[in-house]
Design a protein around this ligand. Structure first.
Ligand code: ATR
Length: 276
């Protein structure tokens, strides 16, 4: 039961109707019998600044942000964590009545927590496809995790070059047309493009050069088994779907807002899967 003292958080985005975060956080709130609520807040990008500024006055504990809001709010922050600073975007805000707004980026954390049990000590070469906001968080996570060689390709080469410049010398860019050859000797392949998502084309790639031991992961989780994940699984590669990243990135936010370190259970995954 929600009381007058309920702690309120939410997700600010446009569109926000597809977001699984309300189900995710409200599942944990109910599971831990917390007097709290997590609501979708559909806010157009042009209204984002105005809305975020007003949230401290409304007693909102915090919000998650979707793109492009992740970058738009940066000037409003009182402080931000090292990951947010390195990535140049925030996905989580902690808000106080005194008007302070702290920004965190938990996307890199969510990505690495999701794949860490599968990669073990194989952290030499990683191949990343894509150069949007998701690819930025992935690259930051891989650098922090200690991958020695990170190779990246993107359809629009300028965006790949800009991303590599952002991470000063840690990312090697290759032409999009060379993506099949890049897979030679890789320990990890990450799809950080939107290809393979429901309603999008599959990622055009041949896995022939990829070692059978390489872990293949996709940030896309609708569908859970993307054409890439299926192709990798069929040839015997270990695979990690993208739903885990979404769940893991929510853990530090939930802890910050509601004071409990929530557990990731198969039941939670099933509830989210049913919603996709
Ligand atoms: P996000 O920030 O969530 O990663 P984004 O900035 O729109 O989203 O990035 C989507 C990624 O998918 C980009 O790397 C994009 O490539 P471009 O930079 O060339 O646009 C990639 N992508 C989308 N559609 C694609 C397609 N048909 N072929 C190749 N790459 C595609």
């Amino acid at each position: 039961m929600i009381s007058g003292k309920a702690k309120v958080a939410g997700v600010v985005g446009w569109p926000v109707s597809h977001s699984l975060s309300p189900r995710l956080h409200n599942y944990w709130l109910s599971h831990y019998s917390i007097d709290g609520l997590y609501i979708p807040l559909p806010v157009k990008p042009e209204d984002c600044i105005e809305v975020i500024k007003i949230l401290p006055k409304m007693g909102i504990r915090g919000v998650n942000l979707t793109l492009p809001h992740k970058e738009l709010v940066m000037p409003l922050l009182t402080d931000m964590d090292d990951d947010a600073r390195a990535i140049g975007a925030v996905n989580t805000l902690m808000i106080s009545y005194d008007g302070t707004i702290q920004g965190m980026n938990t996307d890199a954390y969510g990505f690495i927590k999701n794949i860490r049990p599968h990669i073990g000590t194989r952290k030499n070469k990683a191949v990343v496809l894509g150069a949007g906001g998701a690819a930025r968080a992935v690259c930051h996570a891989l650098i922090k995790e200690g991958f020695t060689e990170i190779m990246l390709a993107n359809r629009t080469q300028e965006k790949a070059d800009a991303l590599a410049a952002h991470f000063a010398g840690r990312i090697q860019v290759r032409a999009w047309d060379l993506r099949n050859n890049m897979l030679e000797g890789a320990d990890l392949l990450v799809n950080a493009t939107s290809l393979g998502m429901e309603g999008h084309e599959p990622l055009p790639i041949s896995l022939d050069a990829l070692p059978k031991t390489a872990v293949v992961t996709d940030i896309v989780y609708i569908p859970l088994v993307t054409p890439l994940i299926k192709a990798a699984k069929d040839r015997g590669n270990p695979v990690v779907d993208g739903l885990g990243m979404l769940i893991h990135q929510a853990v530090p936010a939930f802890k910050a807002w509601f004071g409990v370190n929530p557990e990731i259970t198969p039941e939670l995954r099933n509830i989210l899967l049913k919603a996709t």
